[in-house]
Ligand binder design. Structure first.
Ligand code: 6GU
Length: 227
């Protein structure tokens, strides 16, 4: 069983994403548990303050150290985390190999950033890994965390079956996935490639591999350069 704890100021944003389809199945099978924690509960004083003006001036608030450390300490009292991940656009860009590696862990803690981000001292002393989901800016880390948890959760052993196997995903073998077709074999003159109807499994495998290669060359030549 993998456990993922997520700390957020907008916990409601994170309740629905894990209650459907494959991640729901992961939960129902007892393979993945996701717990969302409202940082506001650790806010300081009467107004449950969690952010403050930045030293040196400038627009935008910064998330304070204390509420975050208090929340993390509470969670750490119950278990040891393999990683404490901060979702941030200047983190390591998420790609399949990182999702694969993280899916082997037992306990992950994910902190979602907001506003101008978190006090840098947290990044120096508490956070063990920083992840971005791409080169664009989201208004907060929650949707990025949902993407990360989905990418990890579907890889857990037993979550996917033969039909949905992750082994043949785009990126898993460094190639994009080949095209797929279903019935009818002909729709208003649009035909399925003959080879797929031939029953010759060896030839079909060859064809799929070649299509994957061709598609990768055309759309993502950078994937072929990397190795
Ligand atoms: Cl992790 N957070 C935010 N706010 N924006 C992002 C991101 C994360 N990854 C890409 N853009």
């Amino acid at each position: 069983m993998m456990r993922i704890d997520i700390i957020s100021v907008l916990p409601d944003l994170l309740h629905s994403p894990f209650q459907h389809s494959i991640l729901k199945r992961a939960h129902d099978k007892g393979l993945l548990e996701v717990h969302v924690h409202d940082l506001r509960a650790y806010g300081l004083g009467k107004y449950k303050q969690i952010d403050d003006y930045q030293f040196g001036g400038g627009a935008g608030m910064v998330m304070m150290i204390e509420p975050i450390v208090n929340c993390i300490d509470d969670l750490r009292a119950a278990r040891t985390y393999d990683d404490i991940i901060y979702m941030t656009p200047d983190g390591e860009r998420l790609a399949q190999p990182l999702a694969n590696r993280l899916s082997l862990q037992q306990n992950l803690l994910i902190l979602c950033g907001h506003y101008k981000g978190i006090d840098e001292r947290l990044r120096e002393h508490v956070i063990t890994r920083e992840i971005s989901i791409g080169d664009y800016v989201l208004s907060g880390g929650e949707l990025a965390a949902a993407v990360l948890v989905d990418a990890i959760g579907r890889l857990l052993p037993g979550v996917l079956n033969d039909e949905t196997s992750a082994l043949f995903d785009s990126f898993q073998d460094g190639l994009l996935a080949p095209p797929v077709y279903t019935r009818p074999a002909e729709y208003q003159g649009w035909k399925v490639p003959d080879i797929l109807l031939s029953g010759n499994t060896a030839k079909i495998e060859d064809w799929r591999y070649n299509m994957a290669l061709q598609r990768t060359r055309e759309r993502r030549p950078d994937l072929l350069d990397e190795e």
